[in-house]
Each structure stands twice: as C-alpha cells, then as structure tokens.
Design a protein around this ligand. Structure first.
Ligand code: ZN
Length: 67
C-alpha cells in the first residue's frame, strides 16, 4: 500500500481554482454589461426606451458587489 497524500490536496486546489475561474467569468460578464448599459441622459444607452439604470445594469451592479 502506498499512501498518496498529494492526490487529495491536488484535487482540493483544482476545485478552488475552478471556483475562481467561475467567479472571474461572472465578474467579466457583469463588467461587460455595465460598460454597455451606461447612463445616457437618464436613459440606458444599450436598451431602447428604458430609463437608467435598467434591470440588466442593476443586476450586473449587484453581481459585482457580491464578487
Ligand atoms: Zn440597459
């Protein structure tokens, strides 16, 4: 029998790395939305006939606040 203490440590490290990638992607997505949905004289620059902040901008702002 050969003990393999490094295996569990490696899988733990991989798991946390995956989680960070997921958070990074969410953060990137939220940043992209916020860059497009900006205040244009009180209206959203990306949505048509929607006052700023639109639902997407509010949602993205919440996401960046959580991350
Ligand atoms: Zn918008």
């Amino acid at each position: 029998m050969t003990p393999q203490p490094t295996t569990s440590a490696a899988s733990l490290a991989t798991g946390s790395a995956d989680r960070w990638t997921e958070l990074d992607r969410l953060h990137e997505l939220a940043t992209m939305v916020l860059n497009k949905h900006v205040n244009d004289n009180g209206w959203c620059a990306a949505c048509t006939d929607v006052a700023f902040p639109c639902d997407l901008a509010v949602l993205a702002e919440h996401n960046t606040a959580l991350l």
